[in-house]
Design a protein around this ligand. Structure first.
Ligand SMILES: [Zn+2]
Length: 454
């Protein structure tokens, strides 16, 4: 194979390497070869490399960071309203929206995602990305969520046989008992899942808060054990203190979301001492805040790449309903989320102060209005919870790479790693909103996105 070497120069380098030192490095050049970072050299080597005929690219003094890693998305959720996924007429639009979601990731500098709940059809899209037929991030999939009859996710009905054939399975496999739980883990891993996702939610957050079923305690313990025996990890969706305590005891590797009620001091200590990583996904509830709905409307109407027309119409309708103060059993109880957001932020603040492991995830696709492609907003919310800019970027790069066991290849701009990188305009350490000002995105050394000037 012919070697292709290219040299990037004139940038502020935020390499996110674990070695303490300057957070922003100037006068460096990044040499790429066959999709990896061959070396990082001092800028005075540039002329020599030019003379040897290597292609060079001037990055205009902008900020180069590792590609972002979003540890919590749902690539298949179509924003045609989650309730409607099971409608026959939405089968084709759903697949078109998946392509849009994947492309939105790249445009936002997200080069790797962990998908925590989509049907195994995601494997087909992973193949298309691999073959270069569509543009998207590398995906670490869990495929179907393991849940029980009458359990979360309660807003999505079970699919008919035809859907199961086309979408390759259910969004949630609903099982009963320890034996079926173990079988479900094996089944997902045999289909190629790299993580296992299950849920512990006792009460719905849809309007009216109906009670939900959860699996028996021994089933959760068996799920984690089976995943670990097969050298994979397990994630638990959980928003209650009771569930958090259990999840830590069951040794889940990550807990997704943050409780709506205040942690006790003992809870905070216990979580901070554990090996479990918390992925707060603050953005998911916050998008229901009045000021955020406006931001969201702006984003949707000013860009046409995120949503297929049918989905756009649907999302705008939902936003209009919420703005008009309407509530129905097809909507999340956004009043509840608005009342509890301070408690959620405060919980993240306390976990952070106590030294808990915190990762980065946006829950894109996790609610009707939680869009792909706005990772900077989660970062701004993490900052509101008291985390520093550099730390937040660490969660979205190096730390998440560690959580996903990809740190050998991803998470920093260092010699030998895969060349996943994003160039942004403006210093993200000064203002995390600058993470949204994406200029160029490389995945494995290939420039996949470039903002047109003007
Ligand atoms: Zn989710």
């Amino acid at each position: 194979m012919k070697k292709t070497v290219s040299v990037l120069h004139n940038m502020n380098l935020i390499d996110m390497s674990a070695i303490d030192g300057e957070k922003i490095k100037k006068n460096k050049i990044v040499v790429l070869e066959n999709g990896r970072i061959q070396s990082i050299l001092d800028a005075d080597k540039l002329d020599g490399l030019k003379q040897r005929g290597h292609a060079t690219l001037d990055l205009g003094g902008n900020y180069l960071m590792p590609g972002l890693i979003d540890a919590h998305v749902h690539c298949m959720n179509p924003f045609t309203s989650l309730h409607d996924v099971a409608k026959f007429s939405n089968l084709i639009p759903t697949q078109k929206q998946i392509e849009k979601n994947l492309h939105s990731c790249i445009r936002a500098g997200v080069t790797t995602v962990r998908d925590l709940g989509s049907t195994p059809i995601i494997a087909r899209f992973m193949g298309m990305i691999e073959r270069g037929r569509i543009i998207g991030p590398r995906i670490v999939p869990s495929f179907s969520i393991i849940s029980c009859p009458g359990g979360y996710p309660d807003m999505i009905s079970s699919f008919s046989w035809l859907h199961r054939v086309i979408l390759k399975g259910q969004l949630a496999e609903r099982i009963i008992g320890r034996e079926q739980a173990v079988n479900a883990v094996h089944s997902m891993l045999n289909k190629g899942a790299a993580w296992i996702k299950t849920v512990y939610q006792e009460q719905s957050y849809m309007f009216g808060h109906p009670k939900l079923n959860v699996l028996a305690d021994d089933s959760y313990a068996a799920i984690v054990r089976t995943a670990h025996e097969r050298k994979t990890k397990a994630a638990l969706h959980c928003l209650s203190n009771v569930g958090y305590r259990k999840a830590i005891a069951w040794q889940f590797d990550t807990i997704e979301h943050i409780p709506l009620e205040d942690f006790s001091t003992e809870d905070v200590n216990m979580i901070a001492k554990s090996k479990t990583t918390i992925i707060p996904t603050l953005i998911a509830p916050v998008l229901y805040r009045e000021d955020m709905l406006q931001t969201l409307e702006c984003i949707i109407t000013s860009t046409d790449f995120r949503l297929i027309p049918m989905a756009q119409k649907n999302v705008i309708e939902i936003i209009e309903q919420i703005k008009a103060g309407k509530q129905s059993d097809t909507l999340i109880d956004y009043h509840l989320l608005r009342q509890t957001f301070n408690a959620m932020t405060n919980n993240v603040r306390r976990l952070h102060e106590d030294g808990a492991n915190i990762g980065f995830g946006t829950d894109a696709g996790g609610t009707d209005i939680c869009l792909f492609g706005i990772p900077w907003l989660e970062m701004v919310l993490m900052a509101e919870a008291g985390m520093g800019s550099y730390e937040i970027l660490e969660t979205a790069t190096r730390k998440n790479a560690e959580i996903l066991d990809l740190e050998q290849d991803l998470g920093s701009i260092e010699q030998g790693k895969i060349a996943d990188m994003v160039l942004v305009e403006g210093n993200p350490l000064e203002d995390l909103r600058n993470v949204g000002k994406v200029m160029k995105v490389w995945k494995a050394g290939r420039l996949l996105h470039e903002t047109k000037p003007g």
